[in-house]
Design a protein around this ligand. Structure first.
Ligand SMILES: Cc1cc2nc3c(=O)[nH]c(=O)nc-3n(C[C@H](O)[C@H](O)[C@H](O)COP(=O)(O)OP(=O)(O)OC[C@H]3O[C@@H](n4cnc5c(N)ncnc54)[C@H](O)[C@@H]3O)c2cc1C
Length: 351
């Protein structure tokens, strides 16, 4: 049995930052993630994409953000159970919870923070008979390593931000990029739509709309796709890769059966207070929760993780008063008053 102060389900950016905030309060965390590596969506879906709205980072790759979060929380020595899905939760007579994974690993703590994001996510696949035969043989639903496409012919399908952003990015990497979408209008940001139009005009992207991929052709790897434009006969286009980017189908998975209040596939929380769910001691933070005005953004997950830790402190240390201290004053090992010497504050005097 693994015992800790807070069991965090999900090692995405929210879960990782919660480890740091808990560490400041001298609370230990253990993270469980179904994926084999930490980072959540940032490392699984878009590690090489730049993010522009992380405070103080004008631009940072999602994979680098994961590395930095890991570096920041490492000092608090979190435990990890990776590659295992949290399957069941059982409340004990002493008020603690036992979370068991699909592989039977048991974890016990007085507080559980669900930072499960979109849940166990599955890419939406196009309805093509033989598509599974070509997975990892030229068909990829997620771009993990853009270098794979250097000098190759690539066909991307989709009409949202992912399809647009990757078409723009790969235009400088691949030998050729063809973007196929079943409508003439795209659902992505206006900037991205305009950029794709520019790249089409300069011959760097081949845009085919309104059209759909109707067949995959190849022996043991993708060699060509059959494309059918609306009201026209199908034609064949040779390619090395087919990347359908139709989004993810979010599934809460086993957590949906834990007796938590669920709305729109997310866990309802009390956002006026501490992001606790309808079950005391179980919190939900990050993309996986819902409350009025919720925004699924990394920085919102960081804020929620911070407030959750304050509430967890009160549950784990009943009756003990916590006084908020700045890290600039107390350092990171000085919380709870254990640091002998705080760094000297720089005080500016006004004459
Ligand atoms: C292409 C793309 C671009 C984006 N760009 C931005 C951006 O520019 N700025 C921004 O702020 N946000 C952006 N986002 C959104 C951002 O990635 C999410 O807000 C963020 O990842 C949420 O973090 P999280 O930790 O709450 O959840 P996630 O990152 O989804 O992590 C949740 C983790 O929980 C795990 N999990 C789920 N269920 C279980 C279970 N039962 N047992 C064990 N593990 C489980 C999952 O495997 C996953 O690793 C983008 C998202 C995408 C897809």
């Amino acid at each position: 049995m693994i015992t800790t102060d807070i069991i965090i389900i999900g090692a995405g950016p929210t879960g990782l930052f919660a480890v740091f905030e808990a560490g400041l309060l001298k609370l230990k965390c253990h993270l469980i993630d179904a994926l084999p590596q930490p980072g959540g969506q940032c490392s699984e879906i878009y590690p090489k994409k730049p993010i522009y709205d992380i405070p103080a980072y004008p631009e940072i790759l999602a994979g680098d953000l994961t590395d930095k979060l890991l570096e920041q929380c490492k000092q608090f020595e979190p435990g990890f159970t990776l590659g295992e899905r949290a399957e069941t939760i059982d409340k004990q007579d002493d008020g603690t919870f036992i979370v068991t994974t699909n592989k039977g690993t048991k974890h016990q703590a007085p507080v559980v923070a669900i930072a499960s994001g979109l849940g166990s996510f599955e890419p939406r696949k196009p309805l093509l008979d033989n598509i599974t035969d070509f997975e990892d043989k030229g068909v990829e639903y997620i771009i993990k390593e853009p270098e794979l496409y250097r000098g190759k012919n690539v066909i991307i399908a989709g009409g949202g931000d992912s399809a647009l952003d990757w078409s723009i990015f790969l235009a400088d990497v691949a030998k050729s990029v063809t973007l196929v979408h079943r409508r003439n209008e795209f659902r992505g940001h206006l900037d991205s739509v305009e950029k794709v139009q520019e790249l089409k005009n300069s011959g760097k992207i081949n845009l085919i709309t309104p059209a759909e991929i109707t067949a995959i052709i190849g022996d043991d790897k993708v060699e060509a796709l059959e494309i059918t434009k609306k009201d026209e006969a199908p034609f064949t286009l040779e390619t090395d890769h087919f990347i359908p980017l139709f989004g993810l189908s979010p599934k809460l998975g086993p957590i949906a059966n834990w007796g938590l209040e669920i709305e729109k596939n997310a866990i309802k929380v009390n956002n006026a207070l501490d992001y606790q769910t309808n079950i005391p001691g179980i919190f939900a933070i990050g993309d996986g929760n819902i409350y009025p005005g919720k925004l699924k953004l990394i920085l919102c997950g960081f804020h929620e993780a911070t407030l959750m830790c304050q509430a967890a402190y009160k549950i784990i240390n009943p009756g003990k008063r916590y006084v908020l201290k700045y890290t600039t004053v107390a350092g990171i090992d000085g919380f709870d008053g254990t640091r002998k010497e705080a760094p000297k504050a720089v005080v500016k005097t006004i004459d």
